[in-house]
Design a protein around this ligand. Structure first.
Ligand code: ZN
Length: 440
């Protein structure tokens, strides 16, 4: 196994794997009567010889202070349970994220997967004979390492070249699914309150970064189960539900379901991006001098495509109001305040610096008022705009999230992938990204 482990390690940034050391007092060494760091029939022979005064190697298996026939019985019992018993299912070992490895044993074949990045070596053959596990990888590499059972859920692999032992802990009988990459920064909601996690790697470090007590652990997902493997050998299972690219839920063993939302803020020249999406709402204003001067080229192209598609359905679309500068919004907003008062104006119009129109990524289509509802355009936009990379930015029923009244005419360009995700989620943009929209 050593060479396979080294191959796995070579896939990591770290040059070599630092193995988990098991102490000499551990069970796997107790049954090693002849001290060759391997368990096989030679150990029973050594014990028998010792009891017949023909040998000098034996261990006090029962721990009663003397070596006698009861130790031989215990050793034989161990042998009947574990001698050349091939492990099966998913196992992991390692003490930190650089070091964590998953082993999958499925009859004669299996795999070795580095937890941090999910890189995997396939084992074509594995055979345990006379206490030695011999494997051949699909790379053609072969390995041999001594395998000793500690108990039903722990085994030690002794790697003789390095004189180290890798302790493996049983995780479950189904293979990990390293295809599911949860990497990112998350905030959570649920009855634990809001918590923050950084997930690094496909099966990598899953750290609650406000709570330093949380040890490094890796995770593996199979179907609706997520298994957390802690550095101390603890294995914890929880319910898992993937909602979409940016959301999943974990149901802990106390029954609490915690909803994870991927959310990464970046600030650039006074602009706020969340997961790469430029935000302009009541919480995240734009600098007064920011503005592309017109709809961005990408937005205009997407609108043209949408307009053609709508025309094909007999629906006319036109841009009533696209880009608006800080100065334009300023005079617009002030005129609304003069007419209706500040509170009323804030419900339907953005203060200067807070309008999405200043991004060049938003447009009011046809009539920028409720007249649009009596035309087929409103329904068409709501049902189809996501296909062209737009979302209806201020949907009905989401007024307390977006901070704005329902606007069936206002669309925001996000690109096709993000628009589809937001549309399919049934959430408004604020809910999808886990942000608010409140003047402060
Ligand atoms: Zn608008």
């Amino acid at each position: 196994m050593k060479r396979l482990l080294n191959s796995a390690a070579a896939l990591l940034a770290a040059a070599a794997i630092v193995s988990t050391s098991a102490s000499a007092a551990d069970t796997s060494f107790l049954i090693d009567c002849n001290n060759d760091k391997c368990f096989n029939t030679a150990d029973i022979t050594a014990m028998s010889d010792f009891l017949l005064n023909n040998g000098s190697e034996a261990k006090d298996i029962t721990g009663d202070g003397v070596v006698n026939v009861f130790d031989l019985v215990a050793l034989k019992q161990y042998a009947s349970n574990y001698n050349d018993k091939m492990p099966s299912g998913l196992w992991f070992s390692g003490t930190d994220k650089e070091d964590m490895v998953f082993f999958w044993f499925n009859n004669a074949n299996g795999s070795v997967t580095t937890a941090q990045n999910g890189n995997r070596i396939t084992l074509l053959t594995s055979e345990l004979k006379d206490g030695v596990l011999r494997s051949t990888a699909d790379t053609g590499e072969t390995s041999a390492s001594n395998l000793m059972w500690v108990d039903d859920t722990h085994i030690d692999l002794y790697i003789d070249v390095e004189d180290t032992v890798r302790r493996l802990t049983y995780c479950g009988d189904t293979q990990d699914n390293c295809e599911d990459d949860l990497s990112g920064s998350y905030f959570t909601s649920g009855s634990y309150g809001e918590r923050y996690f950084n997930i690094d790697g496909r099966c990598g470090n899953f750290r609650h970064y406000q709570n330093p007590q949380f040890a490094d652990y890796c995770y593996t997902i199979n179907g609706d189960t997520i298994t957390f493997c802690y550095a101390d050998g603890t294995v914890k299972k929880a319910g898992f539900q993937r909602t979409d690219r940016d959301h999943f839920s974990v149901t802990w063993d106390d029954g609490v379901t915690e909803k994870f939302t991927r959310r990464k803020f970046t600030k650039e020249d006074g602009l706020t991006y969340v997961n790469g999406i430029l935000i302009a709402n009541k919480s995240y204003p734009l600098p007064s001098d920011y503005g592309p001067g017109e709809l961005t080229a990408e937005t205009q192209l997407a609108f043209n495509e949408m307009k053609s598609a709508a025309a094909g359905d007999g629906v006319m679309l036109w841009v009533c109001s696209g880009f608006r500068s800080y100065a334009t919004q300023s005079s617009l907003y002030n005129s609304y305040v003069a007419r209706d008062g500040k509170a009323a104006a804030d419900a339907y119009s953005a203060r200067p610096g807070y309008t999405e129109h200043q991004t060049g990524l938003a447009a009011d289509l046809n009539y920028a008022d409720n007249r649009i509802l009596s035309t087929p355009a409103a329904k068409w936009i709501e049902e189809n705009c996501w296909k062209y990379g737009f979302i209806l930015r201020y949907p009905k029923g989401k007024e307390n999230k977006t901070g704005y009244s329902y606007e069936p005419w206002h669309v925001r360009y996000l690109g096709k992938e993000n628009a589809k995700l937001v549309h399919d989620s049934g959430l408004c943009l604020e809910e999808y990204l886990g942000i608010d929209s409140v003047y402060r």
